[in-house]
Design a protein around this ligand. Structure first.
Ligand code: ZN
Ligand code: ZN
Length: 86
């Protein structure tokens, strides 16, 4: 399984393995939040939003993971599953 591509939803900056986030104002632990899926190793807090170190925009953590299926084109087929019922 290839690792999902991670990039900032706002500016497309890609955090490397050396990127670090701080658990503030909670426990102050500094770690790579994408190594733990947004979970602070210090206090166990889950961070649902992640701030970009490049542009400063705060985005939902899951939005940083680029889904290969959604990589190109607009998302126009989402309602199709509902239409096939019954
Ligand atoms: Zn913490
Ligand atoms: Zn950014």
């Amino acid at each position: 399984m290839p690792t999902p591509e991670i990039r900032c939803p706002a500016c497309r900056w890609k955090p490397g393995p050396d990127a670090r986030w701080s658990c503030v104002p909670r426990c102050g632990t500094v770690w790579n939040t994408f190594a733990t899926g947004g979970l602070c190793p210090g206090c166990g807090a889950r961070w649902h939003r992640t701030q970009c170190l490049a542009c400063g925009v705060v985005s939902p953590h899951r939005d940083w993971y680029l889904d290969p299926d959604d990589a190109d084109g607009a998302d126009t087929t989402r309602e199709r599953d509902l239409a096939t019922q019954g």
